[in-house]
Design a protein around this ligand. Structure first.
Ligand SMILES: [Zn+2]
Ligand SMILES: [Zn+2]
Ligand SMILES: [Zn+2]
Length: 89
């Protein structure tokens, strides 16, 4: 086993879905990104920005996820060299 090279082997990696922010931006479903409703009032859902900010579903708003390379173990099996046949059991 070798220390996972990602983030010094702390077992976590930055969530790529939200780039570590824990939030993802999407078009406001209430006003369809326009920022105002049919009466041209400011959309209360997005406050007129036309954007909705949702908690990232991948990391649940944390911004980081368990490292996929080491499964959160912080260490990875050396996959480079095949097992030495002369090594003792
Ligand atoms: Zn809106
Ligand atoms: Zn995320
Ligand atoms: Zn790792």
């Amino acid at each position: 086993m070798a220390t996972c090279p990602k983030r010094n082997g702390d077992g976590f990696q930055v969530c790529m879905t939200c780039d570590g922010s824990g939030e993802i931006e999407s078009t406001c479903p209430e006003c369809d990104g326009v920022g105002e409703d049919d009466l041209h009032d400011t959309c209360p859902e997005c406050d007129g920005t036309g954007e909705a900010v949702d908690e990232c579903p991948d990391c649940e708003g944390v911004g980081e996820i368990l490292c996929r390379a080491c499964d959160g173990e912080g260490a990875v099996t050396d996959g480079g060299s095949p097992p030495d046949p002369s090594a003792p059991d």
